[in-house]
Design a protein around this ligand. Structure first.
Ligand SMILES: [Zn+2]
Length: 149
């Protein structure tokens, strides 16, 4: 039975394979051919299961690595973001500029999501992630004065 990609799941499958190996050894390699065949099939299945568990575990590790990279980026940006109106903006010399980020996604999940203008509306901006809507007048595009961005 496959697990969810944890070290315990991998160890359970490998321990099972080891137990089968012990049984064969304890019988001093003298076994009924049918029984030996059954045990080897169980061991092969346990090894296959271990491989699958390891593959799941790798997926779990990769997802955590991606989350760590995202959180590190959020940490780097944290000091350089400033709230203005209803959005967050990157700053140059302490002055906010550019396109606004969703304040909900930033404050709730440390996610930087640019707000999009809602189709057929100049007055409403929408976050593509959390779907919160913002007044465009409270989340304007800000020119970076004196800089070319
Ligand atoms: Zn959002």
């Amino acid at each position: 039975m496959p697990g969810q990609g944890s070290v315990e799941d991998v160890m359970r499958s490998l321990n099972f394979a080891q137990d089968v190996s012990k049984q064969i050894k304890e019988a001093n390699y003298q076994m009924d051919r049918v029984e030996l065949k059954r045990l080897l099939a169980e061991m092969t299945a346990a090894v296959a299961s271990s491989k699958m568990e390891l593959s799941l575990l790798q997926g779990v590790c990769e997802a955590r690595d991606a989350e760590l990279i995202r959180l590190n980026e959020a940490l780097v940006y944290r000091g350089n973001l400033r709230r203005r109106g209803d959005g967050y903006y990157k700053t140059l010399d302490g002055r906010p500029y550019g396109q606004p980020y969703c304040s909900f996604c930033w404050e709730h999940d440390n996610k930087l999501m640019h707000l999009h203008s809602r189709i057929l509306s100049k007055d409403v901006r929408i976050c593509p992630c959390c779907k919160n809507e913002y007044q465009a007048i409270r989340t304007p595009y800000l020119e970076a004065e004196g800089y070319s961005v």
